[in-house]
Design a protein around this ligand. Structure first.
Ligand SMILES: Cc1ncc(COP(=O)(O)O)c(C=O)c1O
Length: 405
């Protein structure tokens, strides 16, 4: 299929048809799918050509490959599509979401003496990584309430060098106001990084909202089938893309060809999957809301969620994501375990964003390293369950929850 340069494709079309050109040339017929290229190294016509290939580009403008850790055609094809999907200058793919986050904060400028603001309820291992790798090198790592309505003033007053947030918090699905954060960050010259794993470009494009760097655990919605581990970083500026690529190569964090292939393949159906996951999550949220065994439901698609209005402004397509959390009336570990053990269709799994519906118990999984008091401080009770909608029939999902409750 030839790309029409005049009319940019919608996300749905872009993800199905991929980037404008395959990442490797084929003179004997053009495949519709980027072939998997497991080669560790790439041979060139002669020593002069090999020397040119080290620059990463051929005189024709085509990508040149020399050694797989520096880049491979499958990673490149995925990077091209993701950069376009997020509206960035370029993307770099990594072996996991954590590797992408590590490279993103390095790219954003975490040098000794720098000050980073991080959201209080970030994914636990992200806080752990920032504290254990960067605090000892003299980076000031400051937890802040980035959901606060005063976030803009806080940034102007304290002038951080880097701001790191998540579009939706885990597990209580709170939102940040990306417009307010990016506007204040620009005023004080801070670099903004956001983990958009839970929203994906289907719901939100943070670069369009003024953010500098977007990261995803592509292990989740982007690949979507629970069969690979991957991360991605998309940058608004080309200089950041080059820097991130250098870190990926230097740290050996580059995504391998097989996993890049799986992510590319899974990503073709991202809009279809997310449409169904958002619709299923809304139906389940409404069902749980009226259930006598449920104390409270957290879902930005419900009018009583504190960030419902913000979600309506920020999210595209009038949908609110595939994730929600709820509290059992009986707020105890024993009740949560009983409920999880009774599930027959939904998977008690520590991941999310897959085609399967998955439930997890945050006090045991994502927030197990916090004390009860710390968990309570961020609003996670002992009866809290996280729910990630899959693409199954919503009637089957609700019947499974009903018998388990
Ligand atoms: C929001 C978020 N960011 C990052 C990560 C880390 O991604 P990965 O497991 O692919 O390293 C996770 C993993 O659960 C996550 O939920």
């Amino acid at each position: 299929m030839k790309h029409n340069e005049q009319q940019p494709w919608t996300l749905e079309t872009l993800l199905v048809h991929g980037s404008r050109k395959l990442a490797i040339s084929h003179h004997s017929g053009r495949p519709t799918v980027q072939p998997i290229s497991p080669s560790t190294t790439y041979l060139h016509e002669d020593a002069e050509a090999l020397d040119r290939a080290f620059s990463g580009e051929l005189p024709s403008g085509e990508k040149a490959y020399v050694y797989a850790r520096q880049g491979n055609p499958n990673a490149q094809a995925l990077e091209n599509v993701l950069a376009e999907a997020e509206g960035g200058a370029g993307a770099v793919v990594f072996g996991s979401g954590m590797a992408a986050i590590h490279a993103a904060v390095l790219t954003a400028g975490l040098v000794p003496g720098a000050k980073i603001f991080i959201a209080r309820d970030l994914y636990g291992p992200t806080i752990g990584m920032l504290r254990s790798l960067f605090l000892p090198f003299g980076v000031e790592v400051l937890l802040r309430d980035l959901c606060s309505p005063d976030v803009g003033q806080m940034i102007r007053d304290e002038q951080p060098d880097v701001i790191y947030a998540e579009t939706l918090s885990n597990p209580l699905v709170k939102l940040i106001d990306l417009d307010a954060i990016s506007a204040a960050a620009r005023e004080v010259g801070a670099i903004t990084v956001v983990d958009s794993t839970f929203t994906t470009p289907y719901l939100l494009k943070p670069i369009e909202r003024g953010f500098d760097i977007v990261v995803h655990s592509a292990t989740k919605y982007i690949s979507g089938h629970g069969d690979c581990t991957a991360g991605v970083m998309i940058c608004a500026q080309n200089a950041h893309v080059q820097q991130a690529h250098t870190y990926a190569t230097m740290l050996g964090a580059m995504l391998g060809p097989f996993d890049a292939f799986l992510v590319s393949r899974g990503m073709k159906t991202l809009p279809l999957r997310m449409e169904r996951q958002c619709d299923n999550a809304l139906a389940v949220a409404r069902y749980l809301q009226q259930h006598p065994a449920i104390e409270r439901v957290y879902y930005p698609g419900l009018a009583d969620h504190p960030h419902h209005e913000l979600a309506t402004r920020l999210f595209r397509r009038g949908r609110f994501g595939g994730l929600l959390a709820f509290e059992l009336k009986e707020q105890s570990r024993a009740a949560a375990f009983r409920f999880m053990d009774k599930l027959q269709l939904c998977l008690p799994a520590t991941t999310l964003g897959d085609v399967y519906t998955e439930l997890s118990y945050p006090p045991m999984s994502s927030h197990r390293n916090l004390t009860v008091a710390e968990r309570q401080h961020i609003g996670i009770s002992d009866g809290c369950i996280r729910f990630s909608a899959g693409i199954e029939d919503v009637g089957d999902i609700i019947r499974d929850l009903e018998q388990a409750l």
